[in-house]
Design a protein around this ligand. Structure first.
Ligand code: HEM
Length: 166
């Protein structure tokens, strides 16, 4: 099945070639914002560096608030990733291909999602993982997040797209 790019749809360095509706692209950026704010909030750095003292930012220092926001945003992010993958596979793979930087960002996101899911399992009652594995998981999740944001920033500056036309 062939789908053409809608007239007036701009190509977008953040997501791909503009084949995704703008609403999906905005949702992706909003989710990244909330996931990083709530993720770093759990470290916890916002209280330590007085950012939570700024009026309106107090919630960043409340563990259960940031924890719940992280879980809810992660659930929506997983659904969005599933939607984009299925949509790409069913409707766009005959005219678009994933670029090297697209694979790189996708691979990093996959690692973040996988380590995040394992951290959720770690948080369930009971002991499943060894203490060393838990520390490794935490460092991997954080390391991949930092690597993803650095590479996403470089791709934004260099206007690298996720996909290109075949
Ligand atoms: C781009 C997406 C994401 C970003 C930017 C992000 C960011 C972070 C950060 C910075 C931390 C703190 C790491 C630390 O304490 O060393 C964290 C912790 C965590 N993240 Fe994520 N994360 C993302 C996606 C996910 C997903 C998809 C899940 C689950 C499916 C997830 C589950 C968790 C859990 C369970 C923790 C540990 C919370 C705790 O200490 O109990 N994250 N995340």
């Amino acid at each position: 099945m062939r789908i053409r790019r809608a007239k007036g749809m701009k190509s977008n360095a953040l997501i791909g070639h503009g084949y995704l509706p703008p609403m999906i692209q905005r949702l992706y950026l909003v989710l990244l914002l909330f996931l990083s704010l709530s993720g770093f909030g759990q470290m916890p750095i916002f209280k330590r560096y007085y950012i939570a003292d700024i009026p309106g930012f107090g919630w960043l220092a409340k563990f259960f608030v940031t924890h719940t926001i992280h879980y809810l945003s992660a659930a929506v992010f997983l659904s969005l990733a599933g939607f984009v993958l299925v949509d790409f596979w069913l409707l766009h793979r005959d005219r678009l291909t994933v670029t090297v930087s697209g694979y790189l960002r996708g691979g990093l996101l996959a690692g973040i999602l996988l380590s995040g899911v394992l951290l959720v399992i770690r948080n369930l009652p009971g002991y499943r993982f060894s203490p060393v594995f838990i520390i490794v998981l935490d460092i991997v999740h954080l390391g991949l997040v930092l690597a993803f944001f650095l590479i996403a920033l470089a791709c934004l500056v260099l206007k690298k797209k996720w996909t290109k036309f075949l």
